[in-house]
Design a protein. Structure first.
Lengths: 271, 338
């Protein structure tokens, strides 16, 4: 990351999410519902990449790294981890008002939190969370704040006075994009893994608490938060094709092969 | 003209992206069910030329938003133009591709309109929804999508806000047949973007010329640990060549040194969603499935009928791939000759 040395510090906010480890999620075969009990919670991996980028920027250019999340009180764990890695400040937005939020209501609450904290040059989000996989919250927060967004950022190439040049993965191409501060970036999983905490980092983080903020603290309207502020509803959840749907081709090996090639023809894959 | 179904038609200067065509196919079904017009939206400079193709793929009407400053895609400008257009015409459904561009644009519009948006849908339907309080919403959009790493499928609805908006995964909707000579109305829109400066700017754009193009592949033939050796991977390459397909691999095959990592499909490799995925000798770990389970059609060839890959496959061939694959290649080649 060949960022220019010198200049004023960059104040970065990293928005993070606590997610269930989707690799360990199991389905109740009878009900087709998610069994979340016993599934460990982790920091969304894309948010880890965003945090690593932010810490890298601070090392090169100075400034501050603030971490923010919205979630249940337990979500403070992921912020604690970020503090032990060197984040300067951590804020947890929590409360019943925020429960059941879809991407619009989540983005509203986060954008209020960002506004109430104020004064960031750069907002970094993971491109998506591995539980919802929507990739919508970053761009929606940017829309609500009225600031530019650059999505699917793979690397930071340069920080210039008042702005930043990033590399992003677009459809079938790679782009170099310049944007001004303040801007919001959504970050894809970078090659560079999130650093490990040092003993010194862990010890020094004990003096920094995770701050909590509720509806009033961030100046949010309750009608626009949580389930009330969410235009989308889940009508039904079901488990995807679970073995009963596979169509085994029958017969001898020759017959199976012929049947398969016929299928390829029906679907237009071969002439 | 009220309550139309709209499709954001992506283009890359000279060519329409296939996703827009796919959206017209599904959009046609939805519009017919609702009894409303299906409309394409073209934004850019010099894009009216794409209108006829949209008509021939099912659109009744095409909104054209041309301006010289819209030549390169820009999130803020495109979102402003489309947000204004939606406010003006009040469509009931707006569909976008779940491409990098669609997923960049749609959320910004949703945040401006304060409406719901469902990401990366794999199916769309029209149906009724009864809210827990008893209110009935008729003929609304069912937005069907996987979540939790593909562990569940959810049907999402947006009962009260309009338009109902969704991004739709590429490659899952069929391409509609071309109706040659079908025409429709072109509606040219006046664009006001005088106040929008260039806050972001694309400095450089490079087509990714990757040797292994798994993302863009229409068909992928993948080999796993069951292929047995690096030499035996030639079977996978031959089948891929016969089908004009790209070669993929499971992590186990890569770790065993059968093939290089560029080919790896899965959570730690590349996520793919081709129209056809043929898994050969791949047991189908969760990690592998997460990277390919959204392929439109999945075929598994494995000698173990209990292999988890069959849990997500549409078609299964139980058998020794060393016998099955050469026969497949022969049959495919025969057809070519016929």
């Amino acid at each position: 990351m060949p960022i220019l040395e010198g200049g004023v510090g960059i104040d970065v906010l990293v928005c993070m999410k606590q997610v269930p480890d989707t690799q360990k999620v199991r389905i109740d075969p009878e009900r087709g519902t998610l069994i979340r009990k016993g599934v460990p919670s982790i920091t969304n991996p894309f948010c880890e990449s965003a945090l690593e980028l932010a810490l890298g920027i601070r090392e090169k250019r100075g400034g501050t790294v603030t971490v923010l999340t919205m979630g249940i009180p337990d979500a403070a764990c992921i912020l604690k981890d970020a503090l032990s890695l060197g984040a300067d400040r951590a804020i947890l937005v929590t409360g019943r008002d925020f429960a059941g939020a879809d991407t619009l209501a989540t983005s509203y609450a986060l954008s209020r939190a960002v506004s109430s904290l104020g004064g960031f040059d750069l907002l970094l989000f993971g491109k998506q969370a591995i539980d919802g996989d929507t990739a919508q919250v970053g761009p929606e927060v940017a829309g609500m704040l009225g600031i530019p967004v650059v999505t699917f950022v793979t690397d930071i190439r340069k920080i210039t006075p008042g702005g930043i040049v990033v590399e992003r993965a677009a459809d079938g191409c790679r782009e170099l994009v310049r944007t001004r501060f303040p801007s919001l970036l959504t970050v894809v999983r970078a090659e560079k893994r999130l650093r490990m905490p040092t003993m010194e980092g862990i010890l020094s983080s004990f003096s920094r608490e995770v701050e909590t903020a509720g509806l009033g603290d961030i100046g949010a309207e309750s009608d626009r938060c949580g389930l009330k502020g969410s235009p989308t509803r889940v009508k039904k959840i079901f488990s995807p094709s679970n073995g009963g749907l596979v169509n085994f081709l029958e017969g001898s090996v020759e017959e199976k092969a012929i049947r398969f090639v016929e299928l390829l023809k029906e679907k237009g894959f071969v002439r | 003209m009220n309550g139309e179904v709209w499709v954001f038609a992506e283009h890359d200067w000279d060519t329409l992206q296939e996703i827009g065509i796919e959206l017209l196919s599904k959009g046609r079904e939805l519009a017919d069910e609702l009894g409303v017009a299906l409309c394409g939206v073209l934004i850019g400079s010099d894009v009216e030329k794409h209108g006829p193709a949209l008509f021939e793929h099912g659109a009744d009407r095409v909104y054209v938003c041309e301006h010289k400053s819209l030549g390169a895609y820009d999130t803020v400008k495109y979102a402003k133009v489309l947000t204004d257009l939606i406010k003006k015409h009040s469509p009931q459904v707006v569909l976008y591709g779940a491409s990098a561009r669609g997923r960049d644009l749609a959320p910004r519009i949703a945040s401006k309109l304060k409406v719901g948006l469902t990401a990366d849908c794999t199916d769309l339907q029209i149906g009724d929804f009864k809210r827990p309080d008893g209110t009935l919403f008729q003929k609304i959009l069912y937005q069907i999508r996987p979540a939790f790493g593909g562990n569940i499928i959810a049907t999402i609805v947006t009962p009260t806000t309009r338009p109902q908006m969704a991004t739709v995964r590429e490659g899952v909707m069929p391409t509609p047949p071309v109706q040659h000579g079908k025409t429709g109305d072109i509606v040219r829109e006046a664009i006001e973007i005088a106040n929008l400066g260039n806050v972001t700017r694309i400095l450089q754009r490079e087509k990714k010329e990757r040797k292994v193009n798994l993302k863009g592949a229409r068909i992928i033939v993948s080999g796993g640990y069951g292929v047995g050796s690096r030499e035996n991977f030639s079977l996978i390459y031959s089948l891929a060549a016969a089908l004009g397909a790209e070669v993929g691999a499971s992590r186990a095959a890569v770790d065993a040194g059968f093939i290089i990592k560029d080919h790896q499909v899965g959570q730690t490799g590349t996520t793919v969603r081709p129209k056809l995925y043929i898994a050969c000798g791949i047991s189908g770990s969760v990690q592998h499935r997460a990277g390919m389970d959204q392929s439109a059609k999945i075929v598994a060839i494995n000698n173990d009928p209990e292999a988890p890959i069959f849990g997500i496959a549409h078609y299964g061939i139980i058998g020794d791939l060393n016998v099955v694959i050469p026969m497949l290649i022969e049959d495919i080649k025969k057809r070519r000759v016929d």
